[in-house]
Design a protein around this ligand. Sequence first.
Ligand SMILES: *Cc1c(COP(=O)(O)O)cnc(C)c1O
Length: 420
Amino acid sequence: MNFQNTLAYARQLDKEDPLATYRAKFHIPKDANGQDWLYFTGNSLGLQPKATQKYIQQELDDWANFGVEGHFEAKNPWMPYHELLTESMAKIVGAKPLEVVVMNTLTTNLHLLMVSFYQPTKKKYKIVIESDAFPSDRYAVQSQLQFHGFDPADGLIEWKPRDGEVLLNIEDLETIVSEQGDEIALLLIGGVNYYTGQYLDLKKIAAIGQAKDCMVGIDLAHGAGNVSPELHDSGVDFAAWCSYKYLNAGPGSLGGLFVHEKHAYKKDLPRFSGWWNHNKETRFNMRQPFDVMPGAEGWQLSNPPILSMAAIKASLDMFEEVGMEALRNKSEKLTGYFEFLINEMNSDDIKIITPTNPKERGCQLSIQVKNADKSLHQKLTQNNIITDWREPDVIRCAPVPLYNRFEDIYKMVTVLQSLL
Ligand SMILES: *Cc1c(COP(=O)(O)O)cnc(C)c1O
């Protein structure tokens, strides 16, 4: 792209943007004077679609009007409500509907998946994570090791960037697994790293792990709705993600879970159970012996919170309409323009640590600012620019293709430059 460093050009890109109309479908937070915030933290909490209220109201009305009969009589009957989400969610992550279910929250789902896919033996028990894994994932695998009687100091292997580098090198994972694979039971890796924004090659990770009989799980919290991970084709064994970041489904909303088709019919996999992973046909007979459902639905435990699912449906209907391809097209251009403007600053103090190859990142850029401290982030906030600060010196910034404009980026970089 031959980008230009002018506000007029940024506005021209907005004019030509086929997804430009979607911004108006979101509530954009404003300051006291009614000025829109420049919101770059959709990687933390996505903005609220205006339609969400209507979707939730529908369920409140049906609850008011039908009480318990809403399970069958509601406009969207609650009994099979989660099925309304499956197909759209599967498309977003590149999976078959059989492989996906919406349930629980992310860390809970990681644990339930590890109940099935982390089956350590005395000899093969170690878990590999990336050294900059999101803390919740690290705590989850540490507690799994301890639960099975292992010491995390010995059982947890970290895949680290090389000295002096920030990004992970897939060859180093290959080395870890080829050297220690006989002792490794599981690789649990963030598909898109929350800190650097690096998007890893899931297919390669799956091949590396499976060559040594290790299970491979992916945390897609920063991938779902942001990149096109093609989970089925990647061959990873399982994955989990949340819906409140790029999927705009509201604070603490339910997460997504993927179990590859190759495991869909293994009824004897160890797992935790409840009435919701029991055969739908006989669930309400209540006295049947347990009969697990095939596919990802076979990991459900409880009847799910419909109000959260309504918010997810509001968002997924929009994703369905837009499609991941159009979304990615805009996203690459938007983030490409952001990168261009940062590079135009020509400052030795500023370094983008996110990969430059669009295939190795989503929308987020992580910008390292030399000699900066948190006051820089506070000054950005005072200028209505909402970003995320990570100690010691990184600003994480996610221009989201559904509601961020090229103009937002231009203004953000202009302010950043004036502050330095
Ligand atoms: C956001 C995020 C979480 C949060 O987990 P919850 O269980 O939803 O609170 C966990 N892991 C990663 C990688 C994340 O980005």
